[in-house]
Design a protein around this ligand. Structure first.
Ligand SMILES: [Zn+2]
Length: 313
């Protein structure tokens, strides 16, 4: 077939229109999903909490990963796949936090709206990480003001869906952002008494980079950004050298990571004549039990900050 140049333009216009139409259909729920309230499925507890605060009673929000669950290692179960397949919207952190769910999420993104919360932020606000798959640190929720920014992006994205009421999203977000701004202030006040030389936060894995940057702490994780990375003997010797040299008194365990490596560091420090304490348990990549204060984002941050303040003073 011989196609004249102007026909090609016309054909391109048709394809473009079709593409637009298929994008537009994402805003409507499919007939199969149209019964009952819209369902939004989030991967981590922090994401589920954020979505629930924004949508209120307009949608049913479900979270795949409960208390103590490590998102770096988590694989979607058969039940999770069913929940994801039947969801109207999926929200995940992205930046390779859910390292073993990337393929599933990318496949689902071809079928339905899949929102990567951390990937909505401008890259210049992210911490670069050369040796991590996404090239950026995914633990954005530990800087309350950065998390607040991500929540505003989430509001804007959710407002684009016809089956969600944007006025209500705006109002809910305004109320929640007010609470987060107060939380950010409270975090700074609680941490203020910790002297500069004691502002070293050592944890099981590198989840607190954004926390350190926002609230002026030097952070060291025994493992890297992912709990998949190894904590070798050389790393332990180097870390214990630093702990002894700088007379660091406390190290912190995480609720979603094994404390084996932490105990090894405490033991090695003791062998060098330095008494190192466990400063407490921090919620890093998972929140506390549902129904408790720590089972919410605000409660988990508050609990962490109190633990850190008590452990390092
Ligand atoms: Zn992590």
């Amino acid at each position: 077939m011989h196609i004249k140049p102007h026909s090609i333009t016309a054909l391109a216009a048709v394809i473009f229109t079709l593409l637009l139409a298929s994008c537009g259909s994402e805003n409507d729920r499919s007939a199969a999903q149209a019964d009952g309230p819209p369902r939004i499925v989030a991967t981590t507890g922090m994401l589920g909490d954020a979505v629930a605060n924004l949508v209120g009673s307009q949608a049913q929000v479900e979270t795949l990963m409960g208390p103590g669950v490590d998102p770096h290692l988590y694989k979607a179960t058969h039940g999770d796949l069913e929940r994801l397949e039947s969801a109207d919207i999926i929200v995940y952190n992205g930046l390779h936090l859910e390292g073993k769910m990337v393929e599933v999420l990318e496949r689902l993104a071809k079928e339905k709206p899949v929102i990567a919360m951390a990937e909505m932020l401008r890259t210049r606000t992210l911490i670069s990480a050369d040796n991590f798959e996404s090239a950026y640190d995914p633990h954005i929720w530990f800087d309350v003001s950065l998390w607040t920014r991500a929540i505003k992006h989430l509001r804007d994205t959710l407002s684009g869906f016809d089956f969600l009421d944007s006025d209500s999203l705006m109002n809910n977000t305004r109320t929640y952002v007010g609470k987060l701004e107060a939380l950010d202030k409270e975090v700074k006040e609680t941490l203020a008494p910790i002297p500069l030389e004691s502002r070293v936060l050592i944890t099981a894995h590198d989840a607190f980079g954004y926390f350190g940057q926002a609230y002026d702490f030097e952070v060291r994780g025994l493992q890297g950004l992912s709990t998949l990375s190894e904590f070798g003997l050389r790393d332990r010797v180097d870390l214990v050298d630093m702990i002894v040299r700088r007379n660091i008194k406390a190290i912190f365990v995480e609720t979603s990571v094994s404390r084996q490596a932490i105990d090894a560091v405490i033991e090695s420090s003791r062998e060098r004549g330095h008494e190192l304490m466990v400063g407490g348990r921090l919620f890093s990549d998972a929140m506390g039990e549902p129904g408790t204060e720590e089972g919410t984002y605000i409660g988990m941050i508050r609990a962490n900050v109190r633990t850190i303040a008590a452990g390092l003073q």
